[in-house]
Design a protein around this ligand. Structure first.
Ligand code: F0G
Length: 441
């Protein structure tokens, strides 16, 4: 076993899901010889888990590049790129709201307890990945993918997106001085995400088709043109994203929760966070792996349906949901996500758009806030508790994937009409008018 000395010397190779063969990390490739995805592998048996944990704790609060980042803090398990190739904002270091050891809940006066009450459980902690530099969890994977692109000398980077990946790619490409090309479904991403992507200087290509068509197109583009693909097909995206698991376990004093609940779209995040937990387990840093619950919107739920069939019958679907970030009908990482659900005795369920909006209102009104897709997490916890799958006293961590400002249209809509509407009111600018207002409520 080696103590942790030089993180760049922890070598990594790529392994094909399809052919099981090993490939070098350069030149970048998107698939193995059988068309399978590639994942980063390293010899964990040669690493000392206790020493890694100590190193990672020592880096907390570091001001040294790149260790301030909540991704590169775990550099030994991210990528063997030299400092000069790392493109970091920095990212991560996101809050874990409520939950044991983070915020106490005396007399249920703190926000987290409102969420536990809402879901009918005793406690729930929410890790808010909307607190990343471009306001979604995508930055964790993107710092690793764009560093890979720089390592490979890429000039142009591209992705397909429902809006968050594109904003993240645009920002990191801008930092790295690369040209960014993003393919998005025409009219199906929020104005906030479109504005963000344009603001960071990417070339936006709106396609007449959905996310699934955009992803197929960008894969074709990357296979035939000198364009670096930065979707979560890129194996280093997964390496960066898995640090959600590392960071939340570190925030909890290196204890894994009973349940890890998150929204599912293309299912890269289920795969990545699952990989993160399994690596910590294999290193002896945690003594068990949480059960995973992947929550999809009912109108975009091919994975939940596949799970319900006992993973017997898979069918892509024409996706439709107001949670536009997860409007995906044929998730590319489904096989990997299936392995995580099976390995962790997990579940995959679908929740309605109404349940998502209701949960979003609860998260927003707790002073935390998130975009609709993220609220699938809380709607899912509530549903799984109602079904008796999650016990009332379970130790649960949910992932909020995107910031409340990502979809202002949805938020305003919730408060303008519907059962709990609280539209803004217009008054004259006088003390009397405010007095009248206060006397009414
Ligand atoms: N939540 C948000 C806010 C997202 O943006 C996404 C995916 C997900 C959840 C689902 O994660 O795909 O790993 O299962 N957004 C991608 C994008 C598709 O293009 O921004 P997943």
């Amino acid at each position: 076993m080696t103590a942790v000395t030089d993180p760049v010397r922890v070598s990594a190779t790529l392994k094909g899901d399809g052919d099981g063969m090993t490939y070098p990390i350069l030149p970048p490739r998107n698939n193995d010889s059988a068309g399978g995805l590639l994942s980063v592998q390293r010899d964990l048996g040669a690493l000392d888990g206790a020493a890694l944990r100590e190193t990672w704790d020592a880096r907390l609060g570091s001001r040294e590049f790149p260790y301030r980042s909540g991704v590169w803090r775990y550099r030994e398990l991210i990528a063997p790129f030299p400092d000069g190739d790392i493109v970091s904002a920095p990212e991560g270091n996101t809050n874990l709201y409520c939950g044991e050891g983070i915020t106490r809940c005396p007399g249920c006066r703190v926000t987290g307890c409102k969420l536990a009450n809402y879901a009918g459980v005793e406690r729930v902690a929410m890790k808010h990945e909307g607190e990343n530099p471009t306001a979604s969890f995508k930055d964790r994977g993107m710092t690793a993918a764009i560093s890979h692109a720089r390592h490979a000398g890429a000039v142009t980077v591209a992705c397909a997106s429902t809006g968050n990946t594109s904003a993240s790619l645009a920002a990191y490409a801008a930092k790295a001085g690369m040209r960014a090309l993003v393919f998005v479904p025409d009219g199906k991403i929020t104005s906030g995400k479109l504005g963000q992507t344009l603001a960071y200087g990417a070339q936006v290509v709106q396609i007449r088709g959905d996310f699934d068509a955009a992803l197929a197109l960008v894969q074709e583009v990357a296979a035939s043109l000198p364009v670096f693909l930065a979707n979560n097909i890129n194996p280093f995206r997964i390496e960066g994203q898995k640090t959600i698991a590392f960071e939340l376990v570190q925030q909890r004093g290196w204890r894994a929760p009973d349940w890890l609940v998150l929204p599912g779209g293309n299912l890269g995040n289920t795969s990545a966070i699952g990989k993160g937990f399994l690596e910590l387990y294999d290193l002896g840093i945690i003594d068990r792996v949480p059960r995973f619950a992947t929550i999809q919107a009912a109108g975009a739920s091919p994975f939940a349906r596949w799970f319900t069939s006992g993973f017997d019958h898979y069918e892509p679907m024409q996706a439709e949901t107001l949670a536009s970030a997860i409007r995906i009908g044929n998730p590319v990482s489904r096989h990997r996500a299936r392995k995580i659900i099976e390995r962790t005795d997990g579940v995959a369920i679908a929740v309605s758009d109404d349940a998502i909006l209701d949960a979003k209102r609860a998260i927003d009104m707790a002073g935390i806030g998130c975009e609709p897709a993220s609220a699938a997490t809380l709607a899912g916890i509530k549903e799984l508790r109602a079904q008796g799958v999650i016990a009332a006293d379970a130790d649960i961590v949910g992932i909020l994937t995107g910031h409340v400002l990502k979809d202002a249209e949805a938020t305003v809509r919730i408060h303008l009409d519907g059962p709990a509407a609280r539209p803004p009111i217009v008054i004259e600018p006088s003390l009397a008018a405010v007095e009248r207002l206060l006397s009414q409520s």
